[in-house]
Design a protein around this ligand. Structure first.
Ligand code: ADP
Ligand code: MG
Ligand code: ZN
Length: 530
């Protein structure tokens, strides 16, 4: 069903890019993010065949080089191994519409209570396949989360989407991500990040390096529609403003305000200021309101630490700029602490957070509004000492006044996993055991943790579940969808994904070979060799 607002939006889109209307019938809106709207469309093919597509209309203020990079990720790395591909692209003036095959998918939070352990495992395996592929091309996705990893349960199909925040590794094969890197470095030197003055030279067509031309040509050779050829309608449009990193997250002003006003100090040492290439040593003092953590004095080069005013030495220091794109609850510790050298490991952390949700039945798992609290929440689970140790590896000093031990991941997940499953109502013994575990998991926890338990009132959702599943209850009573026999390997893999040190965190390639997947590895290798 298409509501009034959406009808208007669709009309506007067709008015802006008339070619769309000639080829597609737009059925409705399926997604809306900060930088795009996504529509479901049916192609009016001459053959009489109906084919469904997802049309991603990027906001007209998107930066051309950003759009081109997103498109190049899809054309070069997409179309295989659970990475979404692209079919066509339309542009008229500053409107760009990316046309992808449509993958009908479920909403993660809706299916979470119903997933069997085996299904959760397959989900993760397929996510690692996609990550292995993009990492192989030197793409850091930066926004790995369930809404960007589409899953169709019935078809057992998966697709990693949304390269709108992607960045390249230093040796990336995506040439246009290199362009972004150059721009990023340039923009780091400017203090105002969101105003790109003047028009950045915009090529009329995407200029592809010879190494990628072939594969792109392969993809684009299926095109039935030329992505623009008359100078007005090309791939890249007029230059406007869009931060490479995501405006909400990459906001120097708010970071500074936070430093000054709340004295949750993030200070840089002098060594950082001399050159940005050096690993940054800085002090992060966290104060978690709920747990009552307080700051401690620390020895720094100036004497304003722990005072309510920032001294001139500190004010004169250049601000640390590092990418912070992504969604707060999925940000890796090195992203939260603004480590400048971020690698593909940040995607593995985000995958770990998804796995944590699957194993605990909780979504969103972390829900902090700002980076300091997000780090405090991570520390509450991974331990303060562990965090401090790991932070050293990426050049950060983390101080916290209260020591929290690392949680046992198995106990944590088992304790949080819903008491109510379609089978549990008839198994009071298991319910009792789980209640005990849940109590244990909650012990010594701060407000956030208790909230985590309250915010997702599982029993509410389960009343629904129980009703829906009354009929199937009997047949399922003998098992718990595999959740009562989760092997330790699962928690070992989770531990390796949530490694605080990005340098030792498991890679996608390694994850695929993890013993947890021993029953799936065979099929994967067969496919690879065929
Ligand atoms: P944004 O950058 O705005 O987050 P995404 O590329 O993530 O845009 O798309 C937003 C949403 O649109 C996705 O979460 C998904 O629900 C839907 N979507 C995107 N691409 C497809 C596709 N190829 N098939 C089906 N749905 C899609
Ligand atoms: Mg998205
Ligand atoms: Zn100072």
């Amino acid at each position: 069903m298409v509501g009034g607002d959406v009808t208007g939006e669709i009309e506007n889109l067709i008015a802006a890019v008339p070619q769309i209307g000639n080829v597609f019938y737009i059925m409705g809106k399926i997604g809306e993010g900060t930088f795009s709207s996504v529509y479901l469309a049916v192609a009016r093919l001459k053959s009489g065949e109906d084919s469904k597509f997802a049309l991603k209309h990027l906001i007209p203020t998107s930066h051309p080089s950003r759009i081109a990079a997103e498109l190049q990720c899809l054309t070069v790395a997409g179309g295989e191994d659970n990475v979404m591909g692209v079919k066509y692209c339309f542009r008229k003036n500053d409107h760009v519409v990316i046309v992808m095959p449509y993958l009908e998918h479920e909403c993660f939070v809706d299916i979470l209570p119903f997933l069997s352990f085996q299904e959760a495992k397959e989900y993760m395996f397929n996510l690692f396949k996609a990550l292995k592929r993009i990492h192989h091309f030197g793409i850091v996705h930066r926004d790995v989360k369930p809404s960007n990893f589409l899953y169709n349960r019935r078809l057992k199909q998966y697709a990693l989407v949304d390269f709108g925040l992607a960045q390249g590794t230093p040796d990336t094969q995506i040439e246009l991500l290199k362009v972004l890197q150059t721009k990023k470095q340039g923009s780091c030197l400017q203090s105002k990040l969101h105003t790109v003055s003047g028009n950045i030279p915009v090529p009329r067509e995407v200029v592809l390096p010879s190494s990628t031309k072939q594969s792109v040509k392969r993809h684009w050779s299926h095109l039935q529609i030329n992505p623009g050829n008359n100078g007005k309608e090309g791939l890249l449009g007029g230059c406007t403003q869009r931060s490479v990193f995501g405006e909400r997250n990459f906001n120097v002003h708010s970071a500074v305000t936070q430093e000054v006003n709340t004295t949750k100090n993030i200070k840089q040492s002098k060594s950082l200021d001399a050159t940005r290439k050096l690993p940054v040593r800085k002090t992060v003092s966290t104060k978690n309101a709920a747990s009552g953590m307080t700051r401690k004095a620390a020895s720094l080069t100036c004497d304003c630490f722990a005072k309510d005013q920032v001294c001139n030495i500190c004010l004169a220091r250049s601000r640390q700029v590092a990418p912070r794109a992504g969604t707060p609850g999925f940000r890796a510790p090195e992203v939260l602490t603004k480590c400048p050298n971020q690698t593909t490991a940040i995607d593995m952390w985000s995958a770990g957070i998804i796995f944590l949700s699957l194993l605990s039945g909780r979504y969103h798992f972390f829900n902090a509004a700002d980076d300091m609290n997000a780090l405090a929440q991570i520390m509450a689970i991974r331990g303060t000492q562990e965090t401090i140790q790991a932070a050293k590896h990426f050049g950060k000093t983390v101080l916290c006044s209260k020591e929290l031990p690392a949680k046992d991941l198995k106990m944590l997940c088992e304790g949080l996993r819903p008491l109510c499953t379609p089978t549990s109502s008839s198994e009071p013994e298991i319910q009792k055991q789980r209640a005990a575990l849940q109590m244990k998991a909650m012990e010594n926890q701060d407000g956030w943790f208790n909230k985590l338990i309250r915010v997702t009132p599982y029993t509410d959702r389960c009343s629904n579940v129980v009703e829906t599943f009354t009929n199937s209850l009997e047949s399922e009573q003998s098992n718990m969808n595999g959740w009562n026999t989760v092997p330790d390997e699962a928690y070992h893999l989770l531990d390796r994904l949530l490694d605080m040190n990005p340098g030792t965190r498991i890679t996608a390639e390694e994850a695929l070979l993890h013993p947890l997947f021993k029953d799936l590895i065979g099929t994967h290798l067969c496919k690879l060799s065929s």
